[in-house]
Ligand binder design. Structure first.
Ligand SMILES: [Fe+2]
Ligand SMILES: [Fe+2]
Length: 313
């Protein structure tokens, strides 16, 4: 049995009509999120190396699955890079990627899982893929350019297949040793809370336009969440809940899914609202403290720090 089901229509990043991309179809917030995601997805080989090491005790089918998954994630990074480059010529991908890799390190490939064991690693991967599929649906619906919508829909479908792959692996792992409800909730919910960690926020800071001086995760998270969270609608979160339910609870139940979707919707509204309010208040404080400085273009005051200097890991 292959864990990774083949795509209905296999594709490569060169298949999309980048020359027909219309800049008007992308708001500034969407463009910023796409540039951030282009960096995060382009780290696919590091994710693959880490998972191959963690799953080394399992048979060849596991290795094949990760190899296939790794290849698809690599194409995601390439496709998003091409899309961002065709939207704004001054997207200096190579320099940004170098700064990203130097600034935020990924988990060590020593065969141990940061989630405790293989089952924990699979729970975390299922959560990531479920949220990634939802995320690309949200971006697709926020985009009015045909090429962008097609590309983002393709990524959403891939991420849903990746979710299915890791869920099948988790089911097989569960036959070796029981996966408890406590482990599912602890690892799964913990992974969801890590969405504002440096892996995404450092990338979001690097691609900010205009740039802001010095990396501060809290401030970047507020700006990122205030831009992204309002794009989520209830139907997106219901889709996420249908994927997350079997992972977090170990079973399918429509009422639990609806409850989870409502909880996610409320959580995003509250977090997004708090982030927007904090941003607004910081802007007002800055204006009152120094009207002249606030009137100056941010680029003039910005001095980019050396990536990595602030993240001694
Ligand atoms: Fe991906
Ligand atoms: Fe994926």
């Amino acid at each position: 049995m292959n864990f990774l089901k083949p795509a209905a229509r296999p594709w490569r990043h060169t298949d999309f009509a980048y020359s027909r991309v219309r800049r008007e179809g992308y708001g500034d917030a969407l463009l910023h999120i796409l540039r951030t995601t282009a960096l995060v997805e382009s780290r696919a080989d590091q994710y693959g190396d880490y998972l191959r090491a963690v799953f080394a005790p399992r048979d060849a089918r596991w290795r094949e699955a990760i190899d296939g998954w790794n290849g698809e994630e690599r194409e995601h990074g390439r496709a998003l890079r091409r899309l961002c480059e065709s939207l704004r010529a001054e997207f200096p991908f190579d320099g940004l990627m170098q700064a990203y890799l130097a600034g935020v390190h990924y988990h060590a490939c020593d065969g141990s899982s940061v989630r405790g064991d293989i089952a924990g690693e699979l729970i975390a991967r299922c959560v990531v893929e479920a949220l990634a599929s939802t995320f690309y649906r949200v971006l697709r619906d926020a985009c009015s350019d045909e090429t962008g919508r097609t590309l983002l829909n393709t990524l959403a479908q891939d991420e849903a297949r990746h979710y299915g792959m890791f869920l099948a692996m988790l089911d097989e792992e569960g036959q070796r040793s029981r996966v408890s409800l406590w482990q599912r909730l602890r690892v799964g919910l913990g992974r969801m809370l890590e969405l504002s960690d440096d892996q995404i926020m450092f990338a979001a800071w690097l691609v900010e336009s205009p740039p802001t001086p010095g990396y501060g995760r809290k401030a970047v998270t507020r700006r990122y969440q205030a831009a992204l969270y309002p794009l989520y609608r209830y139907e997106h979160l219901y889709f996420a809940a249908r994927l997350l339910g079997p992972v977090l609870l170990g079973r399918r139940n429509e009422w639990l899914n609806r409850g989870l979707a409502a909880g996610l919707w409320l959580g995003l509204r509250v977090r997004g609202g708090i982030s927007a309010a904090c941003l607004r208040s910081a802007q007002l404080r800055q204006r009152w403290a120094s009207p002249a400085a606030a009137a100056k273009p941010r680029q003039e005051r910005a001095s980019r720090c050396v990536p990595g200097k602030y993240l001694p890991r």
